[in-house]
Design a protein around this ligand. Structure first.
Ligand SMILES: [Zn+2]
Length: 264
C-alpha cells in the first residue's frame, strides 16, 4: 500500500486571515478551511495541480466565507458549516459530534458559540506526526480568544472549556494572526509567567522572519493564554486589581478578562 502524505498548508489572506488547506499530496487533493477570498485559493491549487474536494466553514463572517461563491464555480464540492449559520453558501449543515471523513481521517464537530452564534470547530482524533488537529476559526487564537460579536461571555467560556479538554498535543489552527498583540495583553495580565515570556520571544522571532506563529500546541496555550487560565491565582488577582470585583468564579473572571482585552 502507498503511504499517504498529508499536510496542512497555509495561505495568508486579506489583512491577517489564514486560510488553511488540509492536503493529501499522494492524491493531489485538498480541503480548504474558511476561504475568505477565492483567487488566492484558486492560484494555490492551480500552481500545484491539486484538486479541491470540499470547503469547511467555521462561522459566517465574510472574511471566512467570501471566497466560497467563486470557488464552487470551479469546483462542484460540498460546503460544510454550522447548521444554524446565516451563511447561505453552506450545503452540508453540521452539529455537535457530527463526523466528517477527510482523506480517510475522522474529524468531529465541536459547537463553540461565543464569537458568533453559529461557530463550530473541526477536531481530528487521528494522529498526524504525533499530534491532533483543531481548525478553531475565531474561537481560540494564539494567546487569546475571539471577540464576542453575537454570543455571551458565558458561551465563550464554555466553548473554550471544550477545547481546553482536548488532548494536550492538539495543534491549533486559528483564523487570524493575532498572536503578538494577544501575548502583549497576556503579559500585562501575567507579567511573571516565564513560559509566556519565552513564547513571546519565540513568536516575535517567527514574525520577524514573516513566519506564522500558528499552529500552536494546546499545551502551550494552556500555559500562556490567559483566557484558558481563569482559574489561576495570577490571572484572578490581576483581574481583581484591574476591576475591583470580588467574584472569583471562572465565569466572572473570564468576562472581566474579555472586557479588559477589549479596552486594552
Ligand atoms: Zn470572525
Amino acid at each position: 500500500m502507498r503511504e499517504i502524505v498529508l499536510d496542512v498548508e497555509v495561505i495568508e489572506s486579506l489583512t491577517d486571515n489564514y486560510i488553511w488547506l488540509f492536503v493529501n499530496y499522494t492524491e493531489s487533493s485538498a480541503f480548504v478551511v474558511d476561504p475568505g477570498e477565492a483567487s488566492a485559493v484558486l492560484n494555490w491549487l492551480k500552481k500545484r495541480k491539486i484538486n479541491l474536494l470540499g470547503i469547511l466553514i467555521t462561522h459566517h463572517h465574510p472574511d471566512h466565507t467570501m471566497g466560497v461563491e467563486d470557488l464552487v464555480v470551479y469546483y462542484d464540492v460540498p460546503v460544510y458549516g454550522p447548521h444554524n449559520s446565516p451563511a447561505n453558501c453552506i450545503t452540508k449543515k453540521l452539529r455537535e459530534n457530527d463526523d466528517l471523513l477527510l482523506h480517510g481521517n475522522r474529524f468531529s464537530v465541536i459547537e463553540v458559540p461565543g464569537h458568533t452564534s453559529d461557530h463550530i470547530a473541526y477536531f481530528s482524533s487521528s494522529s498526524f506526526g504525533g499530534n491532533h488537529i483543531l481548525f478553531a476559526g475565531d474561537t481560540l487564537f494564539g494567546g487569546g480568544c475571539g471577540r464576542l460579536f453575537e454570543g455571551t461571555a458565558h458561551q465563550m467560556h464554555s466553548s473554550l472549556g471544550k477545547i481546553k479538554r482536548l488532548p494536550q498535543n492538539t495543534l491549533i489552527y486559528s483564523g487570524h494572526e493575532y498572536t503578538i498583540a494577544n501575548l502583549n495583553f497576556a503579559s500585562s495580565v501575567e507579567p511573571n509567567n516565564d513560559k509566556l515570556t519565552k513564547r513571546y520571544q519565540d513568536d516575535c522571532q517567527k514574525r520577524n522572519m514573516n513566519k506564522p506563529t500558528l499552529p500552536s500546541l494546546l499545551s502551550l496555550e494552556r500555559d500562556t493564554n490567559p483566557f484558558l487560565r481563569v482559574s489561576k491565582e495570577s490571572v484572578i488577582s490581576a483581574v481583581h486589581k484591574k476591576f475591583n470585583i470580588n467574584d472569583c468564579s471562572e465565569q466572572a473572571v473570564f468576562e472581566a478578562l474579555r472586557k479588559w482585552k477589549d479596552i486594552f
